[in-house]
Design a protein around this ligand. Structure first.
Ligand code: HGY
Ligand code: MN
Ligand code: MN
Ligand code: MN
Length: 414
């Protein structure tokens, strides 16, 4: 098995041009992107990706969750494919690289192999997983979760957005509902290139993150019920204030995460009070909690402590309370063989690297359940992501894609 020589590199300029081209689709209001899943902007981004896959001679397929698969044949038709990809959907105020770098980095591998006339033994399949972000339809990583057998297809189709539209209906509307069953595809391995979305690599001056583990996650939706009343004439001791309950529980989320340091995080991301009028005491509050830790015991403890404290706060304020889990996965340990393929690729190419735990969730976290999987991180400026100011350098993009190329080609075997 000949490993590709360390002089084999992807075309960094072409990758950067493709990133900038994709960034023109679904522009945000501050230089980033708003290509939320199953919107027309998402459909436009998909169409551009498909055109590029067609131009690269790939055979494209779409499964019943809308996930896109673009296949390059290998020399051995019986060999299981090596999959490589991420997601093209973004947050409403997303950056230009979160997810996109992994999909277009995968495409760049194909383009480079085409340039060099290299045929691998295993086929290679570039993948765009639907609804990784989970911001419009919870939970995150929805399509890869169905692929890994965590969610049933009908349950996924029934996820509703804030306007009550269902995932299945929206997938149909934008015309990306494939015929292919979800999860039938067998993989030799899966690799995902992604920006770190945190500050560690930049602070340590490293080019590459060799991702060994991923944090586990709990998403909870809290619904508080109090009583609408006049903010002026209602005596303080007669108020049943759902907004106050939300504020107290939000503070509890932060304090509980801080108490579980050093590797535990928690925040309230979405928060709505009703009727949301300046002179009405909010009778309802609906908000979301996001707890994460690489330590399963801490993750469980944070959820349990929060549920107890929230019940006590609701009782003290006379509020009704419902807490619904809306997303969960345990901490992830990636495949040692794939992780070492990433590490040796970085070594071969002379890129500085360090092992790192992923703070964010990724499609790779679910695919790791059904195939040997690993991730590659590149740094991002100030560790900022899920913010339109998200930024990376062309050099970081190139280094990440070079390592992805070598790890994938080593695994797909020349
Ligand atoms: O929430 C996450 O970690 C990912 O960005 N969807
Ligand atoms: Mn992402
Ligand atoms: Mn994201
Ligand atoms: Mn080393």
């Amino acid at each position: 098995m000949a490993a590709p020589g360390e002089n084999l590199r992807i075309n960094g300029e072409r990758l950067w041009d493709s990133l900038m081209e994709m960034a023109k689709i679904g522009p945000g209001v501050a230089g980033g992107n708003n290509r939320q899943t199953l919107t027309d902007a998402d459909a436009e981004g998909r169409a551009l990706f498909k055109r590029w896959c067609d131009e690269a001679g790939l055979t494209t397929g779409v499964d019943a969750m809308g996930t896109m698969f673009a296949r390059r044949e290998g020399t051995d038709p019986d060999a299981l494919p090596v999959y490589v990809g991420s997601h093209l959907d973004t947050q409403p105020t997303g950056g230009r690289y979160d997810g996109v770098l992994g999909v277009l980095g995968g495409l760049e591998i194909i383009r480079t192999l085409n340039d060099l006339g290299i045929r691998t033994k295993h086929p290679i399949v570039v993948t765009n997983w639907t609804n990784e972000e989970g911001t419009r339809f919870a939970p995150a990583m929805l399509a890869s979760g169905v692929f890994a057998g965590e969610h049933a297809l009908d349950w996924a189709y029934d996820r509703k957005d804030a306007d009550g539209k269902s995932f299945g209906a929206e997938l149909e509307r934008i015309g990306w509902k494939g015929e292919e069953a979800v999860g039938d595809r067998r993989m030799h391995a899966f690799f995902e290139l992604h920006i770190e979305q945190g500050p560690i690599l930049e602070a340590e001056g490293k080019d590459i993150g060799v991702v060994t583990h991923g944090q586990g996650l709990w998403w909870l939706e809290v619904r508080l019920t109090g009583k609408d009343a006049h903010t002026g004439s209602t005596p303080m001791n007669m108020r049943v204030n759902a907004g106050l309950g939300m504020a107290r529980i939000t503070e509890a989320v932060h304090r509980i995460a801080m108490d579980h340091q050093a590797n535990a995080v928690g925040a309230v991301g979405q928060a709505n009070v009703y009727p949301n009028s300046r002179n009405v005491i909010p009778g309802r509050a609906v908000f979301t909690i996001d707890f994460r830790s690489p330590d399963l015991a801490k993750l469980t403890s944070m959820r349990e402590r929060l549920e107890k404290e929230a019940a006590d706060i609701a009782a003290e304020l006379g509020l009704g309370i419902e807490i619904e889990p809306t997303g969960h996965f345990d901490p992830v340990e990636f495949d040692a063989g794939c992780v070492s393929a990433v590490r040796s690729a970085a070594d071969r190419l002379g890129y500085s690297h360090m092992d790192i735990v992923s703070g964010a969730g990724h499609d790779a976290c679910w695919i790791n359940r059904v195939a040997p999987t690993a991730m590659i991180f590149c740094p991002c400026v100030d560790g900022l992501s899920h913010n339109e100011a998200e930024e990376i350098s062309p050099e970081w993009a190139r280094a990440g894609a070079d390592v992805l190329f070598h790890a994938v080609v080593d695994t797909a075997v020349i």
